[in-house]
Design a binder for this molecule. Structure first.
Ligand SMILES: Cc1cc2nc3c(=O)[nH]c(=O)nc-3n(C[C@H](O)[C@H](O)[C@H](O)COP(=O)(O)O)c2cc1C
Ligand code: SF4
Ligand code: SF4
Length: 269
């Protein structure tokens, strides 16, 4: 059996979680080394991924507006399981994973994976440095180890149960509506990050943008779609990227006052 971890992770929490999970799983199943496929860069979503019944694939995605990221729908649908065992993992920023986990489990089943487990884990929120601050932390990784042990036990069974229940509603609810402090719905779909004069033109943001939307010649120009993943904001070495959009700022304030209580990780097998 060969273990592959596959993830989209602009700010790194999904990647960290999947790496820890994959390593534990490989250790228990004696199947090191594991294969790692990072499809955050756009170019890595332009090829085909096909597996077989000798593979165990851990697929990880962040939760965007309570669901799987809309821009990745087509790519996710293109991953072919062909009888491979699968594990679905979603990372959420301490608000809620709503229907994203059940959606990922369903998509994997449709794509021909025999899904053994599904887990939703907390990661620092893309929009904030205080919501889910620093997570996944060592305590989260311990919980992840328990989940890996449960999946490893199922992987050794002849006919593992793939019909287990997962938190979330079917039919899935619509994308979560962001609100401001007054409870009014806000729409910041068109918001793009701005760039301050502190920019040293290192081009890191150009390299990190999963949509290849930041202009190489003039890094203050966001010429393509912005999914608000916040990679450019969080990783700019001089803190030059920021959002100024009123609706976006208002929503972040609302999140940071309403969802500070640490949420728990949940997994299902
Ligand atoms: C557009 C967008 C929408 C998000 N929606 C939610 C949400 O509905 N619930 C939640 O708890 N976190 C939400 N988050 C936070 C991410 O799920 C979370 O920060 C995740 O850990 C980021 O993964 P990454 O570090 O691998 O990029 C959202 C983030 C973005 C960018
Ligand atoms: S990462 Fe920051 S400093 Fe580097 S080019 Fe982008 S905005 Fe400028
Ligand atoms: S421009 Fe938008 S999509 Fe690109 S890295 Fe920045 S926040 Fe993410």
């Amino acid at each position: 059996m060969k273990i592959t971890i596959m993830y989209f992770s602009p700010t790194g929490t999904t990647k960290k979680t999947l790496k820890a999970f994959g390593q534990k799983l490989a250790e228990v199943l004696h199947t090191e080394p594991i294969q790692e496929l990072d499809f955050t860069p756009k170019k890595n979503r332009e090829r085909e991924y096909r597996f077989s019944n000798e593979d165990l694939v851990v697929l990880g995605l962040p939760v965007y507006a309570g669901r799987l990221p809309n821009v990745l729908k087509e790519f996710i649908g293109s991953i072919q399981g062909e009888g491979a065992m699968g594990v679905a993992i979603t990372l959420f920023g301490n608000r809620s994973f709503d229907d994203a986990l059940v959606e990922l489990r369903d998509r994997m089943k449709e794509n021909g994976f025999r899904v053994l487990g599904a887990g939703a884990f907390v990661g620092e929120h893309s929009f904030s440095r205080i919501l889910g601050k620093g997570r996944p932390m060592p305590e989260d990784l311990e919980k992840l180890s328990e989940f890996a042990l449960a999946v490893a036990a199922k992987a050794k069974e002849e006919n593992p149960d793939t019909g287990f229940a997962v938190a979330g509603e079917v039919p899935y609810r619509p994308y979560y509506t962001p609100r401001n402090m007054a409870g009014e719905p806000v729409n910041f779909l068109k918001a793009k990050p701005l760039t301050s004069s502190a920019c040293i033109d290192c081009k890191l943001c150009v390299k990190l943008c999963p949509m290849e939307s930041i202009n190489y010649e003039d890094t203050s120009l966001v010429s393509g779609i912005c999914i608000k993943c916040s990679a450019c904001v969080k990783f700019c070495p001089v803190g030059a990227k920021y959002f100024e959009d009123e609706g976006f700022i208002g929503h972040v304030q609302q999140l940071e006052t309403t969802f500070l209580e640490p949420k728990r990780n949940q997994w299902f097998t």
